[in-house]
Write a protein that binds this ligand. Structure first.
Ligand SMILES: [Zn+2]
Length: 93
């Protein structure tokens, strides 16, 4: 159902979705009111949501990838640190 206000008396009106973009005769003032077109909006909205979700997921994957790479790099640094200490040990030998 599409809910909108009468153009003339602002009385709340309800019409089926199929009548979007047509005119509806107001029962209060008996004048033809323009029914707002909601079908295009409802069709376009899910696509925008999908695109938004794709962008969000891609951004999250990017952030996760950078985070994992940083963690791996940090582990490598600690590993090189331990190897440095071991090399110092081997040097002291
Ligand atoms: Zn009216």
């Amino acid at each position: 159902m599409i809910r909108f206000a009468c153009d003339y008396c602002e009385r709340p009106l309800e019409v089926p979705d199929e009548l979007s973009g047509t005119s509806k005769k107001c029962p209060a003032c008996s004048k033809e009111s323009q029914v707002p077109v909601l079908a295009d909006l409802s069709k376009a909205a899910p696509q925008n949501h999908l695109k938004l979700w794709l962008i969000v997921v891609a951004a999250l994957l990017l952030v996760a990838g950078v985070f994992i790479t940083m963690q791996l790099t940090g582990k490598n640094e600690t590993a090189s640190d331990s190897s440095n200490s071991s090399s110092t040990n081997s040097a002291s030998k």
